[in-house]
Design a protein around this ligand. Sequence first.
Ligand code: HEM
Length: 413
Amino acid sequence: MDLDHPLIVLDPTSADPYGEGKRLQELGSCVPVELPQGVTAWITTDDASGREVLGHRQLAKNPEHWRAFREGRISSDWPLMALAVGQTMLNRDGLDHARLRNPVTHAFNRRPTQTYAPRIQEITEELLDELAGEPGDAVVDIKARYALPLPMRVICELLGIDDHAVRREFGRHTSTLLLSTATPEEAGRAHAAVVALLDDLIAVKEQHPSDDLTTRLLQTHLDGQLTRSELVDSLMLLVIAGHDTTVNLLTNAVKALLSHPEQLALVRDGGSSWEDVVQETLRYDPPVQRVYFRFAVCDTPLGDVVVKEGDPVIVGLATAGRDPKVFTDPETFDITRDHPTTTLAFGHGAHYCLGVALARLEVGTALPALFRRFPDLALATPDQPRLASQAMNGVQELPVRLAPGSPARALRG
Ligand code: HEM
């Protein structure tokens, strides 16, 4: 196979990611694909190749290693540009990566994260109280009313963004940034709006420093360790990574349980745990569909192919979770299965997700609390419109019937 002659054009709307994933898997473990505007890249399709790419020393994050980018062949309004460039830890390697990652690492380690537990519990209960105010037969979008506001409030509080209206603005504009169907004008406007909101936030923290992540990052900038644009981009990364991913994990888990009542019954009976549900959702319907990009710093053999110096590689996380070599009957949502390896859903290697403990805490709190409060929760529609994103994996909305049940039917856990 040859990067100049890809057989598959990735669907920018991601209408059928698992059907597309299967077709890719049939072609091999690392195959060439075409992206918008004829840009080509390799994509991994199974667990082993995904792990290999994410941990490979010769596959870098810095887009300076991308031949087409270096040669000016990628237009500045290319729809996936924001995933490839940016002055954050996500687009850097080695010491530069450490310089950008270290100032925020501490806040997201397991122990400090545990201190947010009471607040996460409190926000969860507030959101459930609001939902409980709806009439018994109400249909609500559980994504918009529950799965999204929780991580959004948590990351905003960590960053010291106190104003509700400002939080809503952040949510609105960052979702546009992740839509692959947004026009260059829409994406440009959304990016400018987020930068303006961050400029305002930084100005407030300059005047009124407090005990939050923005103030801490601002101090690193003032100490000369971060440039001003690195500060803005790092804050943008935290806002986006800190909520858009977790929203999908919670929504996808609710959707999977409601579509598989026999699996929900296993948790209800105490035979399986909520942790089992989270783990299986991370495999079956992961929040991040694909990780963009790694760039070959020199010719690098990957399975049957050789990725040439300067080639971009995408890592398929959704296809890794459906790898028949690792998971028996991969298309089945089965919370009792053994997960033989650690999940790839949070990445692997130097760029392993910083927010794992926080995301697990949020979803581990919100998921049981939702089913405890609304034990008769049911899907209101059989199908839900999918998110048109080539990176994220989820639905645009998840309409459910709340049907508050009697406390006697409350779930364990
Ligand atoms: C279910 C929720 C989440 C999922 C599935 C997820 C997934 C991922 C993945 C796959 C990567 C690796 C990207 C790569 O290798 O190119 C990553 C990196 C990252 N994640 Fe998460 N994430 C989640 C939640 C969070 C949260 C809550 C935060 C908190 C702010 C966060 C912050 C980050 C950051 C800063 C990075 C970049 C790390 C680096 O480049 O060194 N994530 N995440």
